[in-house]
Design a protein around this ligand. Structure first.
Ligand SMILES: Nc1ncnc2c1ncn2[C@@H]1O[C@H](COP(=O)(O)OP(=O)(O)OP(=O)(O)O)[C@@H](O)[C@H]1O
Length: 815
């Protein structure tokens, strides 16, 4: 058996046995070796263990010559002649040492390359004839010289950097002059050459080629070595770094232990793990959460991003991934009870809500539409949402969208952002702790949009039942199923709701309340609630209906009941104070008491109307606003001038144009009012629409402006407590306008007694207003501006006198 050991060479040794006998026909024993190749001039210790080989060595007498030939396949235990390479090395056996295990340790020295001839014996060992392969050292040219030196220098580098090669090898290599011997020496010294590589070199009689091949092997090995060194040093660096980290962390732990807070962070991590396991999150999310947690457990609590990672894991752990309210199906009867219990009136609205809930009951997985309550502030949109949640047995949460500009407020910031948090949807889910709450998205009409993104599009994704089962918050970066959440939106107006959102909604409109409705709501809900909230007992206070009505009429000016509730709250607090101070035990809220408690804030629009319409050129118009309609004054004035026409009061283009139309109509009909055809020749006219700081637009003040101009130019004040709305054409036709219900209720709230509307709005009135709501106000319909004028302006001296009396009465009532 061959030993792949480093062979040693005697640089100057001349082969003791000459070549006589070589090339001989006299056969020589053949020693097959595996895994190694013996080169000429090399000394190779071989361990001989095969029976046939032992016999071969033992049969050697004086003749110490053998042929050492490599096996083609090292796994062959009993190689035949055909299993050996055709070229081997004739060698001299120098010494044989018996080993305790019966094998022999044989020192051989290579003499020359031989070509094996005929095998003359096969048993017990092989013998063969051979032929020495002659070698001629090449001519010394600069090229061979350079090649030889290069080989030596590369060999030196390899020896220097290899821990297993002895430095002596360098000395030997430097001292070999013959290129052929040098190549053989290096070939037999290099441990990384394979048996095939070595055999190739042995079979190469051309010395220059052999040297070149050696040169290639050396260069390749140097490359490999360099790469290995690089990898090694990188590995070492990272090992050192991680050892350093480990060491520091251990130290830190020790310090923390001393300080008594190490257990805390471990405990915390264990708790988080429990929460993650219990959260019922989807598999993928859970995998990610646990990965983050394990990262956290390897971090020092002092590390800068420890708390960031911890927060993230905590968010994942506490969200209600699969926790619902566990409610049975919707009970429509109960829902109706709840709605009636919580709200007065709103018959149509309640009906529509119940219809909606019924569909949900029959089809629980119903996708869309989303309910949207539209109406002025304080009409009960939010509280209806709350009742729906109560009826469904679900949690309720309100998300205010007003003024939201940033998409991230809905969908959160990416985790890389400093101070990042999830968006409102996820934050509210965390708060309610269930995945099927009722979310009320307030003021969806006031969503902003700027460079920070478009919250409306984020909202669209949130609300769209087709997409929201995989809602992806930027911070969580995990899909969350929102399909069980019931979204209800509220808005004050429809115009500003982005169209794609509007498409997905079922709009339910709530208009303002009349005074009677307000009083009813106040008596049933607001007064008892405010009394209770302010710690007053029912027995301590008496709140007559007239007093509630008085507050509604004179201390508020709104479509809803929010201000009314606040005023009642103020009264209740004052009562509480009086009782607490021991001044009294029971208070009856009389007009005097109201005056005392609410004194300064009194609002009396009817008085204002009566006062202001004393002057010719002042007319009450009606406007639609998101807050539910309002009265507005149009004032016209004239002065000496040159036919100038000024319009002020922050009005839009459409309103300006309708003022021009009104003026043109008046000028073209001057004769009808007893005016000169060219009355504007030496007069300037100015129309102003207070309040000047509030922008206004639209064509619906056309009739009001025409009336104001005629009233001014004929110097006739209009009837007090008369209001109007309608667009006019140049030829004096009155055209219909929108928002009639809100405008009418605003007029009624203001104490107006006569309302002039375009005839074409009659159906709107009949559809939208109940008889109760209309009661107390006279509606006049007109198709021409002349009709409007004859209703609005007094036609006789007696009518003027009656107007005067009404004004006095109203102004007196407020005094
Ligand atoms: N029909 C009603 N019956 C009983 N209470 C009512 C009714 N309408 C409104 N309220 C009460 O009026 C108050 C204001 O209502 P709410 O907050 O729901 O108004 P809103 O329409 O949501 O206003 P905003 O648009 O400003 O949010 C609440 O306390 C509510 O209970």
């Amino acid at each position: 058996m061959a030993n792949d050991f480093v062979s040693v060479i005697k640089p100057t040794a001349k082969n003791s046995e000459g070549s006589e006998g070589a090339n001989g026909k006299r056969p020589v024993p053949v020693l097959p070796v595996r895994d190694t190749v013996l080169f000429p001039h090399a000394v190779l210790p071989l361990t001989v263990g095969r029976e046939s080989s032992i016999q071969l060595i033992q049969s050697l007498g004086e003749e110490k010559s053998i042929l050492v030939v490599a096996q083609r396949d090292a796994r062959q235990d009993a190689p035949q002649a055909s299993d050996l390479y055709a070229i081997g090395t004739r060698a001299t056996v120098h010494k044989v040492v018996k080993m305790p295990n019966q094998s022999l340790f044989v020192f051989t020295e290579g003499n020359e390359r031989v070509h094996l001839g005929e095998f003359t014996q096969l048993q017990p060992f092989m013998t063969a004839e051979f032929e020495v392969i002659g070698e001629t050292e090449p001519e010394k040219t600069p090229e061979t010289e350079a090649l030889q030196r290069n080989v030596v220098s590369q060999f030196q580098q390899i020896v220097t950097s290899s821990p297993t090669l002895s430095d002596d090898l360098q000395t030997i290599a430097i001292n070999i002059e013959e290129p052929g011997r040098l190549a053989d020496f290096i070939a037999s010294s290099l441990p990384f050459l394979t048996t095939t590589d070595k055999q190739d070199l042995l079979e190469m009689p051309d010395i220059t080629k052999r040297l070149e091949r050696i040169n290639q092997h050396l260069a390749k090995e140097l490359d490999v070595q360099q790469l290995r060194n690089k990898i090694q040093s990188e590995v070492q660096d990272s090992v050192q770094q991680s050892q350093r980290d480990y060491y520091l962390r251990e130290q830190l732990k020790a310090i923390q232990k001393e300080l008594g807070d190490v257990d805390e962070s471990q405990k915390d991590i264990a708790e988080l793990k429990e929460k993650i396991e219990a959260a019922g999150m989807p598999e993928e999310t859970k995998k990610d959460a646990l990965k983050e947690l394990s990262r956290l457990s390897r971090m020092s609590p002092m590390a800068a991003d420890y708390s960031l990672t911890r927060n993230y894991v905590e968010w994942l752990a506490v969200l209600p991934w699969s926790k619902g309210s566990a409610i049975a199906e919707v009970d429509i009867k109960k829902a109706k009870e709840f709605l009636d219990e919580d709200h007065y009136g709103l018959k149509k609205v309640k009906e529509r809500i119940l219809d909606y809930l019924s569909v949900r009951r029959l089809k629980p997985d119903m996708k869309g539409p989303i309910l949207c309550f539209v109406g002025p502030p304080g009409v009960g949109k939010t509280s209806l949402g709350r009742s729906i949640a109560r009826a469904l047995g679900r949690k309720f949460s309100r998300i205010s969208l007003g003024g939201m500009h940033d998409e991230a407020e809905i969908r959160g910031h990416r985790r890389t952002y400093i101070g990042a948090l999830p968006g409102q949807i996820i934050q509210h889910l965390k708060r309610v702790e269930v995945n099927d709450p009722v979310f009320m998205l307030d003021e969806i009409d006031k969503l902003g949009r700027d460079f920070r993104g478009d919250p409306a599009s984020a909202l669209l994704e949130t609300l769209d039942p087709e997409q929201n089962n995989t809602f992806r918050d930027n911070y969580l970066d995990q899909p969350f199923d929102l399909s069980k959440v019931l979204f209800i939106c509220t808005a004050n107006q429809l115009d500003t709701i982005p169209a794609p959102l509007l498409d997905r909604m079922e709009i339910i409109e709530l208009t303002g309340y009349t005074e009677e409705e307000k009083v009813n709501i106040a008596e049933r809900y607001l007064v008892p609630r405010q009394i209770k909230e302010n710690g007053v007992e029912e027995a301590m206070i008496e709140f007559p209906t007239e007093s509630v009505a008085m507050i509604a009429r004179h201390y508020t000016r709104e479509a809803g009941v929010r201000k009314l509730e606040q005023r009642i709250g103020t009264v209740a607090r004052k009562v509480a104070r009086k009782i607490a101070e021991g001044q009294t035990e029971k208070i009856t809220i009389t007009p005097e008491v109201i005056h005392e408690f609410l004194g300064g804030i009194k609002v009396r629009v009817d008085t204002e109307i009566a006062e202001r319409t004393k002057r010719a050129g002042v007319v009450v118009g009606l406007a639609w606003t998101p807050a539910g309609g309002d009265v507005l004054f149009i004032e016209a004035n004239k002065m000496k001038g040159k036919g100038g026409f000024t319009i002020t009061g922050q009005i839009g283009d459409v309103m300006k144009e309708s003022m021009q139309a009104a003026l043109t109509w008046v000028r073209s009909n001057a004769g009808k009012f007893g005016l000169e055809q060219d009355f504007t020749k030496d007069t300037d006219i100015h129309i102003h629409v207070p309040a000047g700081a509030i922008p206004k637009d639209g064509p619906s003040a056309g009739v009001t402006m025409a009336t104001a101009l005629v009233s001014l130019l004929t110097d006739t004040p209009v009837h007090p407590l008369t209001a109007m709305t309608g667009e006019i054409t140049l030829s004096g036709n009155v055209l219909p306008v929108g928002g009639i219900k809100e405008k009418f209720l605003a007029a009624k709230r203001a104490g107006v007694r006569d309302v002039i509307l375009p005839l074409e709005c009659k159906t709107q009135v009949e559809e939208d207003l109940t008889a109760d709501q209309i009661e107390g106000v006279k509606i006049h319909y007109a198709t021409r501006i002349e009709e409007v004028l004859s209703i609005a302006l007094p036609n006789t001296v007696q009518e003027e006198a009656e107007d005067e009396a009404v004004r006095e009465e109203v102004i007196h009532a407020s005094a």
